[in-house]
Write a protein that binds this ligand. Sequence first.
Ligand SMILES: [Zn+2]
Ligand SMILES: [Zn+2]
Length: 524
Amino acid sequence: MRPDWITATPPTPNGNLHVGHLAGPYVAADVLRRFQVAEGLRPKCTTGMDDHQNYVVIRAREESLSPDQTADLYGAEITEVWQRADVEFDRITCPRADPEYTPFAQRFFLKLMSSGAVVAKRRALPHCDRCSTWLFDGLVAGRCPHCGTPSYGGMCEACSWPNDCQEITDPTCRLCDGPATLREIERFFLPLQPYEAELSSFWEQVEMPPRVESLCEDMLSKGLPEIAISHPSNWGVPVPVDGFRGQTILPLFEMAPGFLLQWGELDDLPAQGSVNFFGFDNAYFQVALIPVLFMQFEPDLPLPRAFVVNEFFRLEGSKFSTSRRHLVTGAEALAAASSDALRFHVLANRPHGRQTDFSLSGLADTQRRLEENWNGWLQRLVAQLQTECAGFVPAEQPDGYGWPALARRSQRALEDLRDSYSVRGFDLRRATVTLDQMVEAVNEFAFLHAHCQSARERQQSIVAQLVVASALAKASAPVMPRGSRRLAELLGDGGTSSLGPTALTPLPAGRPITPTDEPLFGAD
Ligand SMILES: [Zn+2]
Ligand SMILES: [Zn+2]
């Protein structure tokens, strides 16, 4: 297995990081990173802040802050929630703080302009005469011209198709709710149709789920659009071209140079490309626009090797939304449950391939299951080790009624987890089911052996359970970094954390196991 460049889509700092974000790209990207580190690889996991969306400007107006204050406030909050949820990145680019960012994005833009990929065109754009403002992206509301769902400008969250804002049906102004008028203005566009052949051969190689594949097939059959890549605005990276000084570059265009800055050294990009985590609403830009930008900027740039895509997370039946304030924030969820429980819960309910639901009562159930099934078993095991063996690993081999089956089952679980954590078989809902089943199986084994008359048999069953406990510490580490670390410490396991063939090995006889009153899993 080779180490990956793992990227998670940059969040927009126009509100708190919510549970839907955690269940989407972020915890999942962190699981892949932790798994690869445990396997002895050195992945690089990166993201950034999508500062320049005009959703930030809208939120700033609502809260009587400046856009900079809003992006600073929520950018810091998002970073803090990542930390509290143990989502770690090697690099988080901050467009407004990084002195390289704007010059690089402008250089990128100019290079595409000089090659003819980016062209100026005079087209209509919605305008609010009452507010004296051009309406684009988050500023214009209406219906998606492709699927008819209520949508903002730029792209549709339901079908992922882009629009150039003037195509929005019944456009209104988000600031005053008044009707928009269409006015002509010269902007920059990137026509995607000339890259049809390159895109379709790229799509044949990259790994992606069927819904995204069918979006690509749709794009090819309906024709690739022209993407509007500049708008009249003073928020964002200024278009570095005379005559367009009052315009800024489309934030989704910026993501291409932004990705390259996340990696850092342009002459040292990983040859196999990146693994990109994002929500389906971003799919069009991730699979079509950004690859074309990479190809046009530098034909040798490695294109992504896999897209890991999530659907929407729903709260009480409708999707999490920052702009509609329909959400449970990460901070609220972390007040209700531990980081481990929240991670386990959002992965167990991950919107992988379909929309799924979140509820705080479901999160409480997960927290309780960790305490009862996981910690309950481990506490009984450690207590038994004290009374039977004075707290030392007994000099017996794992054995007993049901042990060969439990050993095989645990071995299969470890193999299954390796598949679920790896890019090709990535399925974290399945990983949480497998982990829970491992714990259930060893619980059953423990209850059966509590009836043993012979001390030797009881000791053999303790050794058997310790084998599973040690494997569980490794197996659960990508999902629950805190509990797994505490369990490994309790067992004195400091060495390899690989899920390879040696994961099911008895602990050395005579090793002391010091009981702890602290809960292992599901505590902060
Ligand atoms: Zn749509
Ligand atoms: Zn208006």
